[in-house]
Unconditional design. Sequence first.
Length: 256
Amino acid sequence: MAKKETIGRTFAVVGGLCLVCSIIVSGAAVSLKPTQQRNQALDVQTNIVSVAGLGRDNVAETYDRFIDARLLDLTTDKLTDKSAAGFNQRNAAKDPETSIQLSPDEDPAGIRRRANLAPVYLAKDENGELDSIILPIHGQGLWSTMYAFVAVAPDGNTIKGITYYEQGETPGLGGEVENPNWRAQFVGKKLFDENGKPALRVVKGGAPQGAPSSVDGLSGATLTSDGVQKTFEFWFGEQGYGPFLAKVREGELNNG
């Protein structure tokens, strides 16, 4: 009998310890959540001001001063009056009420669903004039979904910068999408041809000298390079930012 009571007491102690630990862990998670959210927001802001060419010093202050975060309605190709602050594009893409299902023919980037709204970041210069349009893009690589920001000049066609900020490709191969030297090739390249069609090409074996819309593929990472190519095809096509940037090229962007 005493043995049973000892076993019961042991289970009671273990159960109590588990309960206490779970309360502590849950409490820590709740208390740390605001800090995690602030850090996530700061990380996004850091990548945006960096690709906009605004440096990485005093990020929050620089972001507040020079970046106008808006929401683009991809169903109408118009900027809304709503701020992009707090908008989670990934969550919106999972909800059938705030996204669309893409057919295989519509989905070269392999994202399956596209949110109806997308954050657009208008970067201004010291005089308050539009300097670049920062657009988030994502698509499948070899092993992962690769997330990036592309900075487009006010002409709606010329790339001013690109940064991949989240990816799980093979280090030293596909992971070189984060290599500054490779990303630098995109600067000055044209997104569209004379007919307004997506023109950027990631070329296996090296882009032709002086090609206005071609960059070198990543050495030893053909499938990752293909993923970059297809990401650009989707996001600068009809289902992505293509119609919006066509309006930019026509001078319809509201700079206010």
